[in-house]
Design a protein around this ligand. Structure first.
Ligand code: ADP
Ligand code: MG
Length: 556
């Protein structure tokens, strides 16, 4: 039987994982259980939707067998299984973003880095932190052939024919001497509680138990016992009043693979014309892939508790891609196909209601918990601005959420509502200036001129602002105006318009334009500059160019 080399990337990755996560090597179990759970989800779906698999009385389960003497941990599932090709494809190379990105994201803190592993789709390989040899025996549903994949995690792997009674996967981990703890019942039990309590299928632990024998008596032979180690409940289906904050946080950690607590959660159980449950979380920090085109969506779709997909980027609008959670519908058909999902009326309605709910809760956070809201702004102000650009239906809510820097207090964030509050009775518009650099915007002579006359200016230096702000147009009927555009004068500077002075500099603008040539689009006289003789302002009117830049920024 020929030995196959790992793809070059895997080789590097294995070394990387072992070095960077070693002090947190317990997470290998979380990764193996999560894979078993995924395989069971897929099998359950087939069983419910595919004629060829409907006859089976399917009860998904995960069994973990511990043997301390033999230093082994065996994890077995009756999920969808893998055939020879799957074994080569899934365990021989890296499916997703790959080693390089993973390596770039490593922080050197094993605890933090261990969260990355699940997100990058490289979780399986973490088993080689604790095992010197791993056998994967698998049989794919619908096939009568089984295969065994074996590797020491160093010198490639082999695949050969094997025996297995039914579909599913069994993974035998031959533990290193220093990792025998993972064959011990109390250690494994507490790990399952910590990481895998909310896996939707029961996890049964099998281990040897030695009954206590009083002194002088013949010791009884040890017996094998079987015990369920997780709660295996869909937490989102339980009533809000019976769930504790801790349970919500634990579920978040199982769901997202994050070890940090979320910023907050939103749990909705809707009844009436549409029946569905949603449980959404906002992570404390923006996900690492927020601005990557190949970001992983964070919301899972279930139909009557059956997992349908976690790979649909349309379940929520793209600007809410940082949200983690589940949508569980009672009304969708189980065999709803991916293509149909996109245009499904039921799902569209759930999506619409979910966005409203999420934005309402975020608005509430601003008044209920300013500290948390500040954290939200720090991480998510930008995606909220994307929303202003793309979600007109919810523009009013988004305008209450988005925050700006302003001349009122350059170190603090302000809302448009607060700006409006501060406006004096003569002020006609809300003024802002966009630029590429915060310092330059702040010191811009136009800004200084408005400020001097008692008008507050929003200081916008995110490159996204130049595209978003023109879309806003007004806030509660008050126009938003860029102070470098012609119509932002509002008569404020009428007293400075001195006909004689204008005559005196006649022709200067033309001369300057001549001298500067193609480097500027236009040179204009302005009454708005008090002390400074001139100001450079941008006029970014090319919409198609702006659009493509916008999509780039959104990671599209
Ligand atoms: P991810 O789970 O993010 O895809 P992993 O490295 O954890 O990445 O697993 C790689 C792939 O191996 C999985 O996507 C899956 O196709 C396959 N796999 C792993 N464990 C199992 C299992 N118990 N049953 C079926 N397939 C599995
Ligand atoms: Mg995995």
């Amino acid at each position: 039987m020929a030995k196959k080399e790992f793809k070059a990337e895997v080789d590097k990755l294995l070394k990387l994982i072992i070095h960077s996560l070693y002090s947190h090597n317990e997470i290998f179990l979380r990764e193996l259980i999560s894979n078993a759970g995924d395989a069971l989800d897929k099998m359950k779906f087939l069983n419910l939707t595919d004629e060829a698999f409907k006859h089976e009385q399917f009860e998904g389960r995960i069994d973990i067998y511990l043997n301390e003497k033999e230093k082994s941990l065996i994890i077995s599932d009756n999920g969808i299984g893998m055939d020879e090709n799957d074994l080569n494809e899934n365990l021989g190379k890296i499916a997703h973003s790959g080693t390089k990105l993973f390596a770039e994201k490593l922080t050197g803190d094993a605890q933090k880095d261990s969260n990355l592993i699940g997100q990058f789709g490289v979780g399986f390989y973490s088993v080689f932190m604790v095992a010197h040899n791993v056998e994967v025996i698998s049989r794919k549903a619908g096939s009568d052939k089984a295969f065994k994949w074996t590797s020491d995690g160093q010198s490639g792997y082999t695949v050969e024919d094997a025996q297995r009674d039914a579909h599913g996967t069994t993974i035998i981990c031959h533990l290193n001497d220093e990792h025998v703890e993972y064959a011990q019942q109390y250690r494994v039990t507490s790990l399952i509680e910590k990481y895998s309590n909310f896996i939707a299928f029961p996890i049964f632990l099998h281990y040897e138990e030695q009954e206590y024998t009083p002194e002088g008596e013949e010791p009884k032979p040890a017996t094998m016992v079987e015990k369920q180690a997780n709660s295996a409940k869909a937490i989102w289906k339980r009533s809000k009043s019976e769930l504790s904050q801790e349970e919500y946080n634990d579920f978040y950690q199982t769901l997202s693979g994050e070890s940090e607590e979320p910023l907050f959660h939103m749990h909705t159980q809707a009844e009436g014309s549409l029946e569905y449950t949603t449980l959404f979380y906002i992570p404390a920090k923006a996900p690492y892939d927020l601005y990557r085109a190949d970001y992983r969506p964070g919301v899972k779709l279930y139909v009557k508790r059956v997992f349908i997909t976690d790979d649909d980027k349309e379940l929520l609008p793209i600007y809410l891609r940082f949200i983690r959670g589940v949508i569980d519908s009672e009304d969708l058909p189980l065999n709803v196909s991916r293509e149909i999902l996109q245009q499904n009326r039921i799902l569209t309605n759930i999506k619409g209601a979910s966005v409203k709910k999420i934005l309402t809760e975020i608005k509430k956070l601003a008044s209920d918990n300013p500290t948390k809201f500040e954290q939200f702004v720090e991480h998510y102000n930008r995606p909220m601005k994307e929303g202003l650009y793309s979600d007109f239906v919810n523009k009013a809510d988004l305008l209450e959420i988005v925050r700006f820097k302003s001349t009122n207090d350059e170190s603090a964030w302000t809302s448009l509502a607060q700006y409006k509050e501060r406006m004096n009775s003569e002020q006609k518009s809300i003024y802002y200036l966009c630029g590429d650099n915060a310092e330059a915007v702040r010191h811009n002579p136009l800004v200084q001129a408005y400020k001097k006359r008692g008008f507050e200016v929003l200081l916008l230096s995110d490159e996204m602002d130049q595209m978003v702000m023109p879309m806003v147009q007004d806030y509660q009927g008050i126009a938003l105006k860029a102070i470098n555009k012609a119509d932002a004068d509002d008569g404020i500077f009428d007293d400075a318009k001195d006909e004689e002075a204008i005559q005196a500099v006649e022709g200067v603008a033309e001369k300057l334009k001549e001298a500067l040539g193609d480097r500027v689009k236009e040179v204009r006289l302005s009454a708005r500059l008090d002390d400074a003789p001139s100001a450079v302002v941008s006029s970014d009117d090319d919409m198609s160019l702006q659009m493509s830049r916008m999509f780039q920024m959104m990671g599209q």
